[in-house]
Design a protein around this ligand. Structure first.
Ligand SMILES: C[S@@+](CC[C@H](N)C(=O)[O-])C[C@H]1O[C@@H](n2cnc3c(N)ncnc32)[C@H](O)[C@@H]1O
Length: 255
C-alpha cells in the first residue's frame, strides 16, 4: 500500500501542497467556528490540523485506512478523534457532524459512491459534504511533469491523468448528485509549493508514496535515471529554487 509510509516521506512529496490546499478547502466548504467536522482520508493530518486550528481539536474527527498516517494525524492534533478506517464504512453514527470533508481522497476510495454516501450519512440534514481532487490531466504541475516525462518513454505508463476517474468538475458534480447531495457547486483551488532545487523535487518520488512513487520504484536504475533527467529537462533545468503551481477541483453539496 503506497500510503503505508511516514509523515516525513508524505510531506516531502505531497504534504507541501496539502498544507496549502487545506485552508482553501475549508474556506470553500464554509467551515465555521463551532462546527463539528470530519476529515475522511486524513493522511498524516494537513487538513485535520487546519480544522483543529479553526474549530478546536475536540470538534475534529478524522479517519484513514493507513495506520502510520492515522497515528501521525493523532500526534499532530492532540484531542482530535482519529480512527483507522475507510470512507466506505465510516465508524460514526448518522447525524454526527456539521461538515464532512475529504482532501485528495475520492480517487483512492475503492467505491467512491459508497464513500460519499457515507460522508452524507454522518452529517446532519442540511450539513455540508465537500472534497477536492487534483487536476491530474493539466494543472497539477508536479505530477503532470512526472507523467509526461514517463509517457515520453512508454505510452502505456499508468498516467494518473488517465487512471484517476474523478479528474474534472463535471464527474465530481455527478458523483455528488448521485449521492443525493443538493445545491452542488464546484470550483478550482490553486496553490503553490516551493522547492530548494531539483533534487528536492525528485527525491520524494523515490520514497514510493502514491502511484507516482510506486511507478518510480518499479523502474530499473537506468530507466529511473533517464526519467529523472527528463523531468529535469521539462522543468527547465532549474538551477536553485523554484515554485510549482497545482490546481485542484473542489465540489460541495448539502445533505
Ligand atoms: C493523497 S492522500 C491525501 C491525504 C490527506 N487528505 C491530505 O490532503 O494530505 C490519499 C489518502 O487517502 C487514503 N485512503 C485510501 N483509501 C481510502 C479509503 N477507502 N477511505 C478513506 N481514505 C482512503 C490514503 O490512506 C491516503 O491517506
Amino acid at each position: 500500500m503506497t500510503f503505508e509510509t511516514s509523515r516525513q516521506a508524505y510531506d516531502a512529496f505531497m504534504g507541501r501542497y496539502a498544507d496549502r490546499l487545506a485552508p482553501r478547502l475549508i474556506a470553500f466548504a464554509g467551515v465555521q467556528w463551532g462546527d463539528r467536522v470530519l476529515d475522511v482520508g486524513c493522511g498524516p493530518g494537513s487538513l485535520t490540523e487546519a480544522l483543529g486550528e479553526l474549530v478546536g481539536a475536540q470538534n475534529v474527527a478524522a479517519v484513514d485506512p493507513s495506520e502510520p498516517f492515522a497515528a501521525a494525524a493523532a500526534d499532530r492534533v492532540p484531542g482530535a478523534d482519529v480512527r483507522v478506517g475507510a470512507a466506505e464504512a465510516l465508524p460514526w453514527p448518522s447525524d454526527t457532524f456539521d461538515v464532512a470533508l475529504s482532501q485528495l481522497v475520492v480517487n483512492f476510495m475503492s467505491d467512491a459512491d459508497a464513500g460519499v454516501a457515507e460522508m452524507r450519512r454522518v452529517v446532519h440534514p442540511g450539513g455540508m459534504v465537500a472534497s477536492c481532487t487534483w487536476d491530474y490531466s493539466g494543472g497539477m504541475t508536479m505530477l503532470r511533469t512526472f507523467w509526461d516525462a514517463a509517457l515520453s518513454f512508454d505510452s502505456g505508463t499508468p498516467d494518473e491523468g488517465r487512471t484517476m476517474r474523478y479528474n474534472d468538475p463535471e464527474v465530481l458534480r455527478e458523483l455528488w448528485l448521485r449521492s443525493g447531495l443538493e445545491a452542488v457547486e464546484t470550483d478550482a483551488l490553486v496553490v503553490e509549493a516551493s522547492y530548494r532545487d531539483f533534487d528536492d523535487y525528485w527525491e520524494p518520488f523515490t520514497a514510493g508514496v502514491g502511484p507516482a512513487g510506486a511507478y518510480t520504484l518499479s523502474l530499473d536504475p537506468d530507466r529511473r535515471a533517464a526519467l529523472r533527467e527528463e523531468c529535469r529537462r521539462r522543468l527547465g533545468d532549474p538551477d536553485g529554487a523554484f515554485t510549482l503551481s497545482a490546481k485542484a477541483w473542489a465540489v460541495k453539496g448539502r445533505a
